[in-house]
Design a protein. Structure first.
Length: 491
């Protein structure tokens, strides 16, 4: 039995890394993707549909009070959380972590699906609206990467609120670390956000047909990367997006405005710049993209052009304007596109939260909460941006929380109860990595110091990092001086 894999790791004769990996691997090839470690669920992404989420499976787990009575399953974990809501005064939380492509977003969707069905009343319209948020978030927050064709490029916290009788009262979402750099560029084997391709490939469908959109290769922000993602139908997903927005009370006018702004952000990248007549100035090569972007964004073309070519300086309480060089204007254009997209995403979530919040004031004090955290996964590329470092840092903090809750708390409890713990019980403490990145004198603090002085450069930052943190074993300093450094970590 041990060689054939067990569904409960704690029942292994010898709980070692090798034994755990063996039992998970064996079960995976048996199409059993879930394995249990106490109340922690290990899930291995099968990258295909399995017949284990049908209605009969859901009904089996809805009918139990303890998931330990049935084989390990994401539905069992969800039922445990609901059972805690019913029987405890404490809120419940599900933490989903793993590297990019591990299946975190799909797991979050399955939890939502289970909860919506398990507490659905006769009408069920609120539960359906909660499920409809998935398509909107995936369109505007997901993209194709080298590891995952539908990778979440942001983290989210879902807050489900229930009455004392476990009736769903509402849902709110909070987003974290949206990868806005992907708006302006993606790696050669990756794509930008799904919504760009959905709009362009469905451009002949109303209401997009009136916007005059082109092919993906017509937009500079999408050039040099993939335009097709395997097993993803952009036209169908656009139709699903429209249905979801309608279900979430976005009327036709607001949906059109949303699509126009999205297309306008994409069109910003087509504005080319060249040197102006004055020294250290710039000008637009062709006004057509400026006119088109301004039309879609709903702003005067002259105001948009001014934002790209000039900057305002406040000196001694007086405001003056200064020209931007070609490089500075290009950076301003891309920064504006990223800023616009980030605020559009935040606005989208705010609109959905308003629709999904039904709690009356008299019920607020009696609410019970179920939270679901789905954070962007750990990744390592040839070149890693600040955004990727922050995503990886968030995963390190989650690992530290997991260490505290699962390992340190259990060891402390055993010590208090006088239970002797074997000397070989240990775990990887990542506190040194956290201290290196965002501790006192860490990489982020050094970055703040460097940015405070205008004349500092990227090389200044790298030199300061090497000087202050060179002795940290987690920091990789190149032997031959160059513009870069590495961090040894994996949450």
């Amino acid at each position: 039995e041990q060689e054939q894999g067990v569904d409960y790791v704690c029942s292994l004769n010898s709980v070692t890394d090798g034994a755990l990996l063996h039992t998970v691997r064996v079960r995976y090839f048996q199409e059993k993707i879930y394995t249990r470690v106490a109340r922690t669920l290990i899930a291995v992404n099968p990258f295909r549909c399995l017949p284990i989420y049908a209605a009969d499976y859901l009904d089996r787990y809805v009918a139990i009070n303890d998931s330990m009575d049935l084989p390990p399953h994401i539905y069992g974990l969800s039922q445990d959380a609901l059972h805690g809501i019913r029987t405890s005064e404490r809120g419940q939380a599900v933490l989903i972590s793993g590297e990019s492509g591990a299946g975190k977003t799909e797991s979050a969707k399955l939890i939502l699906s289970f909860v919506a069905d398990a507490v659905r009343n006769s009408e069920g319209w609120l539960e359906e609206q909660v499920l409809q948020t998935n398509q909107v978030l995936e369109s505007y927050g997901n993209a194709m990467t080298v590891r995952n064709n539908n990778s979440s490029r942001f983290g989210k916290w879902l807050d489900l609120r229930f009455s004392r009788s476990v009736e769903l009262l509402g849902c709110s979402m909070t987003s974290y670390l949206l990868e806005t750099t992907r708006v302006c560029a993606a790696a050669p084997k990756e794509r930008g956000f799904h919504v760009f391709y959905q709009l362009l490939k469905a451009r002949n469908i109303a209401p997009l047909s009136e916007l005059g959109l082109g092919e993906p290769y017509d937009y500079r922000y999408l050039q040099g990367c993939q335009t097709v993602a395997g097993k993803i139908d952009d036209v169908k997903n656009f139709e699903d997006l429209c249905e979801s927005l309608q279900a979430l009370q976005f009327d036709e006018e607001r949906r059109l405005a949303l699509f126009k702004i999205t297309a306008g952000i994409l069109t910003l990248g087509n504005i080319e710049l060249q040197e102006g007549d004055e020294a250290d100035s710039s000008r637009v090569v062709d006004r057509a993209p400026v006119e088109k972007a301004a039309e879609l964004l709903g702003v005067p073309p002259s105001d948009l052009e001014a934002c790209l070519l000039r900057k305002k300086l406040v000196i001694g309480g007086e405001t003056t304007e200064a020209n931007l060089t070609v490089d500075q204007a290009a950076a301003a254009r891309d920064a504006l596109a990223r800023l616009w997209y980030g605020r559009l995403f935040t606005w989208l979530i705010g609109c959905m939260n308003k629709t999904l919040t039904l709690t009356r004031d008299e019920e607020a004090s009696n609410e019970k909460l179920l939270g679901v955290l789905d954070i962007a996964g750990f990744e390592a590329f040839e070149q890693n941006s600040l955004e990727q470092l922050l995503i990886n840092l968030s995963n390190e903090h989650l690992q530290a929380h997991f260490n505290k809750v699962v390992f340190k708390a259990e060891l402390d409890e055993s010590e208090r109860e006088g239970v002797k713990v074997p000397d070989n019980v240990n775990f990887n403490d990542n506190s040194q990595v956290l201290s290196l990145i965002d501790g006192k004198g860490g990489l982020l603090e050094i970055l703040d110091e460097t940015m405070a002085i205008a004349r500092n450069t990227n090389q200044t930052y790298v030199t300061m990092v090497s000087k202050r943190q060179g002795g940290c074993p987690q920091l990789i300093v190149p032997k031959i001086l160059k513009l870069g450094f590495g961090i040894r970590h994996f949450a």
